[in-house]
Ligand binder design. Structure first.
Ligand code: HEC
Ligand code: HEC
Ligand code: HEC
Ligand code: HEC
Ligand code: HEC
Length: 227
């Protein structure tokens, strides 16, 4: 069900919506056709022993950008290549705090064969959402936490947010409660506390003040995300 047939009809649906049927059309299509694949909670099995964010990003404190190198520059985020892992998991490194062959053998095997590890994609917008500039959000001070949840506490990443149109728009209409200083976006533990306190009327940073420093108001018109 990756590319359901109904997506072919989308241009027509969008055109009809433009002529005034927006609410009902969107409502009906939404209700019937949102595939399971995109639902919150999605957590596919990963290759080898997998990759544990709770250990690497949480316990060891490795910054997200050490591996997700393009999050501030590219409209598409990236996952790291084997070389990034091998840098710490080569057989020649004998530090006793490093895991044994049985756990990281799959990393060494991939490196030896010049192969990549086939990580299974978790967050994926449907193709008809043609514009989701990942970097614009990160640079504006929307934390990974707001869209991916508390990754630092996840032994296995799962989709924590619906990624639905309503979810995008809810923030676009009122982004202030989610904004943090852009140099804090990867400090997920701080962000979680800050946003929870802010929701109760506290917090140490004023989201409304940060709103003035973003480039422009987030879009709500159909064409901004669908073309
Ligand atoms: C040492 C490298 C490394 C670090 C540090 C790291 N990640 Fe990852 N991340 C990965 C790898 C490898 C994957 C692919 C495997 C998986 O999904 O678990 C991944 C997957 C993800 C995904 C899911 C991507 C998808 O398929 O949709 C998200 C979201 C993510 N990371 C966010 C973060 C955040 C936020 C941080 C910082 C708190 C972080 N990562 C730190 C290596 C890293
Ligand atoms: C900066 C160094 C560093 C990088 C980069 C790194 N790791 Fe690790 N990794 C570690 C250390 C240290 C441990 C052991 C931590 C512990 O057990 O407390 C570990 C543990 C592991 C484990 C064992 C987890 C468990 O359940 O005990 C696996 C599997 C693993 N890493 C895979 C990877 C993969 C895949 C990548 C690349 C996406 C990667 N690592 C990148 C340092 C690193
Ligand atoms: C405004 C919401 C939002 C923010 C903020 C955000 N992401 Fe994402 N991220 C997404 C969505 C949505 C996708 C799926 C995009 C797609 O399918 O085109 C995604 C995809 C990813 C992927 C998968 C890329 C791939 O090729 O497999 C990674 C990794 C990732 N994000 C990491 C991060 C990290 C790290 C941060 C913080 C520095 C972050 N994201 C901030 C919404 C967000
Ligand atoms: C938690 C808040 C938040 C969520 C969730 C969010 N956005 Fe945004 N988005 C923003 C902010 C803030 C901006 C304005 C950034 C700027 O221009 O500096 C923005 C801007 C944009 C832009 C305009 C980019 C540009 O270059 O002007 C697009 C397109 C967009 N978002 C698409 C999406 C889509 C699609 C989703 C859902 C998958 C989404 N956003 C979810 C906060 C959010
Ligand atoms: C901020 C970005 C954004 C804007 C603005 C936006 N959409 Fe969407 N739209 C999305 C996303 C993301 C999805 C995918 C939802 C999903 O997978 O559940 C979507 C899905 C849809 C769908 C498919 C139904 C579904 O949910 O599966 C239709 C039809 C649609 N949008 C029409 C519109 C119309 C008409 C407008 C203008 C009134 C509009 N969109 C404005 C982001 C946006």
């Amino acid at each position: 069900m990756l590319f359901p047939k109904w997506t072919n009809a989308l241009p027509t649906v969008l055109a009809a919506a433009g002529m005034g049927g927006a609410v009902t059309t969107v409502g009906v299509v939404w209700y019937y056709f949102t595939p399971k694949f995109w639902e919150a909670g999605y957590m596919p099995d990963q290759p080898g022993a997998g990759f544990n964010h709770q250990i690497h990003a949480g316990k060891l404190g490795i910054d997200c950008r050490y591996c997700h190198t393009k999050v501030e520059e590219s409209p598409e985020a990236n996952v790291p290549n084997v070389a990034t892992c091998y840098g710490c998991h080569a057989e020649t490194l004998l530090d006793s705090t490093l895991p044994a062959e049985q756990k990281v053998g799959f990393v060494r095997e991939a490196w030896k064969n010049d192969a990549s590890i086939e990580w299974r994609r978790i967050h994926k917008l449907p193709d008809y959402v043609r514009n989701f500039p990942h970097h614009v959000h990160v640079k504006a001070g929307v934390s990974c936490y707001s869209c991916h949840g508390q990754i630092m506490g996840m032994p296995e990443v799962f989709q924590s947010q619906p990624l639905s149109m309503g979810w995008c728009l809810e923030c676009h209409r009122n982004p202030a409660p989610a904004l943090v200083p852009p140099d804090h976006v990867t400090q997920l533990v701080w962000v979680e506390q800050e946003l929870k306190e802010r929701a109760k009327g506290g917090g140490s940073v004023d989201g409304k003040a940060l709103l003035e420093s973003i480039r422009r108001a987030p879009p709500e018109n159909c064409g901004a995300c669908h073309h």
